[in-house]
Ligand binder design. Structure first.
Ligand code: PLP
Length: 450
């Protein structure tokens, strides 16, 4: 198991080279025309040839996965890792890096921290902000809200812990509700204005709430996943600050706009106690990666660091560097140094390349909006926001949207899935990959009239 096999190593590199060289094939997910193979017997006492098993994967399993990095993937939130981020991910995979602690992996942590500091500064958070890369937005939100809850408990020892609440918008990401569920905390669910959560909404909700003193934090979204809407970060953040509430900003998707011409709209992140953005979304890194950043990392460390006899060495000494164990900032211990591919990509391509790649998706969303408006039978549900476009084919039933989506995938034109907006099924395009073309958008719009 630990013997180097040169020929098989070449086969793997060849496979990876092929994926890197060409646009990812869209492939099919569950809608593949070939049936999923039976896997019985593959795991055996004696093992099986590596070449044959790679072939089996290539021929029978790979096409059952829709490639999220295809420029034709416009569903959910796509992923468009840069070439260098993918290549460096292979370096991380082969390097035995455990990104848990400063003691073990200072060389990885210092680079990851540079990337986090860069993001924090872009977001206007003060010097000294920091945290760790975690597996995704859901995990980042959970860790951040855990710290926010614990700070709230400390500030309000008079309130029963289970009565503490966070104010969240009805349009917050599903992972926020899930995190509160895990934490045993009820939300104060605020109805936003046309899906945008504002300070006025929050003040009104609190004024009408008989237990407003139990609301110890506010969660804002900098780019809703469904529609790309940016909450009133400035208003909500200043309100939270004035009222000693924890302010968390979920920028898992839209945080990427910190690199775009719309950066101004994100200025209110400077008030955040905690902020997340997923490099695996709009910062062009590979799955799975979320930057989790605290205004005051020492508070996060206080509540989240794991203590055990065998871990004491990680926290020892007067050296400030011991304060920078990535394991201390989230609900994890062992961790892949998953920030390194993003760091390598940012270092090698430079900020300007990030800015133009991010802007390309916003510009394409605007042009797609224009194309939709110009067509009889199509209607924008609302103006394109960030890189997301919601629109309807006038008169279509839900079955028609679903069949259209499946046909586009079957014909390998695009992966586009409908969403629900104010109860109605509508079409949704989420742009991200700079290689997605206007021609493809036109082809998708045409396909609604076939
Ligand atoms: C995608 C997303 C999440 C969840 O992130 P994962 O990386 O999928 O766990 C949370 N919040 C927002 C706004 C998102 O777009």
């Amino acid at each position: 198991m630990f013997t180097y096999d040169e020929a098989f190593t070449d086969s793997i590199f060849e496979y990876c080279r092929d994926r890197l060289e060409h646009d990812a094939p869209l492939d099919f997910g569950m809608h593949s025309p070939i049936p999923l193979p039976h896997l019985e017997g593959l795991i055996s006492e004696e093992g099986r040839s590596a070449e044959e098993t790679l072939e089996f994967f290539r021929d029978h399993l790979a096409e059952h996965v829709v490639s999220i990095d295809s420029p034709r993937f416009l569903a959910f939130i796509p992923n468009a890792p840069t070439k260098n981020s993918l290549l460096f991910d292979m370096v991380v995979a082969c390097s035995g890096l455990n990104g848990t602690s400063w003691l073990e992996s200072a060389g990885a942590v210092v680079a990851e921290n540079q990337a986090l500091e860069f993001l924090a500064a872009r977001a206007g958070m003060p010097q000294g902000s920091g945290g760790a890369f975690v597996s995704g937005g859901s995990s980042g939100n959970l860790s951040a809200l855990t710290v926010g809850r614990d700070v709230g408990r400390t500030r309000h020892p008079d309130i029963a812990p289970h009565e503490l609440r966070f104010a969240i918008s009805a349009d917050a990401h599903s992972s926020i509700g899930k995190a509160l569920h895990v934490l045993g905390i009820e939300p104060l669910l605020v109805e936003p204005d046309d899906h945008r959560f504002t300070r006025v909404n929050l003040e009104k909700a609190l004024a009408n709430d008989p237990h407003r003193e139990t609301v110890i934090g506010v969660v804002a979204t900098s780019g809703t996943t469904n529609a790309g809407i940016i909450d009133d970060l400035e208003g909500l953040g200043s309100f939270a600050r004035e009222n000693d509430m924890w302010f968390h900003v979920d920028g898992a998707y839209g945080g990427g706009a910190l690199f775009s011409s719309q950066r101004e709209l994100l200025a209110g992140i400077r008030h955040a106690d905690s902020f997340i953005v997923d490099p695996h979304k709009w910062l062009f890194g590979p799955l799975d990666c979320c930057a989790l950043i605290y205004r005051d990392p020492s508070t996060a460390r206080h509540f989240l660091a794991q203590q055990a006899g065998y871990l004491d060495v990680l926290h020892g000494g007067d050296d400030d560097h011991y304060d920078w164990n990535p394991s201390d900032f989230a609900i994890h211990l062992s961790r892949r140094a998953r920030g390194l591919p993003f760091w390598f990509s940012l270092v090698t391509y430079g900020v300007r390349a990030y800015e133009s790649a991010t802007q390309a998706a916003i510009d394409l969303a605007q042009r797609a909006g224009d194309l939709i408006e110009a067509r009889e039978g199509l209607e924008l549900v609302r103006p394109a926001s960030l890189s997301i476009v919601l629109y309807r084919r006038v008169g279509w039933s839900e079955a028609q949207y679903l069949e259209w989506s499946e046909t586009l995938l079957r014909e390998q034109i695009a992966f586009v899935t409908p969403t629900r907006w104010e109860g109605e099924m509508v079409a949704r395009l989420a742009f991200l990959h700079p290689d997605t073309t206007d021609e493809l958008v036109n082809q998708i719009l045409d396909s609604m009239f076939d």
